[in-house]
Ligand binder design. Structure first.
Ligand SMILES: [Zn+2]
Length: 177
């Protein structure tokens, strides 16, 4: 599975929030999460684990009876993940995520906008400065996510939140460019 380029609104490119960078791969622009923090301001980007060539977001996670580290692709709209454990999907695949630094919860109340997903918890990734944030659906395999950026013009947030490079439920961690 390859990353599929999507149009990125020009207003967003003109005011990229801190922590998100624009990269070009094969001549197409992609947004990449470069910095993410837990609720206490600790960095949760792991410089040693890369997915699609970029440092991954590192989470402590419980999935059913399984628990360990979960690495999430920093490419905006990608859902590639790597697990240090065997996730237990028997309970529906909801994740409970914690900071890998201090163990604090990353979960926040969330109404998933994706049809057919009834998840009520999301994973909060805070951007530098603390005002902007990203929420990822707590259901593994669900593409639901939202970016909350205070300096964006109205409407841009929604179109950015709707960018998904992969199809629903695509979880293939082994694909490369
Ligand atoms: Zn969802």
């Amino acid at each position: 599975m390859e990353l599929k380029p999507k149009d990125i609104p020009i207003e967003f490119l003109q005011g990229l929030p801190e922590g998100i960078k624009l990269v070009s791969r094969k001549g197409h622009p992609y947004l990449v999460l470069e910095q993410a923090l837990d609720k206490n301001g600790n960095s949760i980007i792991d410089e040693t684990v890369h997915i699609h060539g970029e440092p991954a977001v590192k989470l402590k996670a419980n999935v059913g009876k399984g628990s360990g580290l979960l690495f999430v692709d920093a490419y905006w709209g990608s859902h590639a993940k790597l697990y240090s454990f065997i996730p237990d999907f028997s309970g529906g695949g909801s994740v409970e995520a914690m900071s890998p630094v201090d163990g604090s919860s990353l979960m926040v109340p969330w109404e998933c906008p994706i049809d057919g997903c009834d998840e009520k918890q999301g994973i909060l990734l805070t951007l530098p400065g603390g005002r902007n944030s990203i929420i990822v659906c707590g259901k593994l395999g669900c593409p639901g996510h939202y970016i909350n950026v205070t300096q964006l013009a109205e409407g841009v947030e929604e179109s950015i939140s709707n960018i998904n490079y992969f199809g629903h439920g695509d979880d293939d961690p082994f694909s490369e460019f």
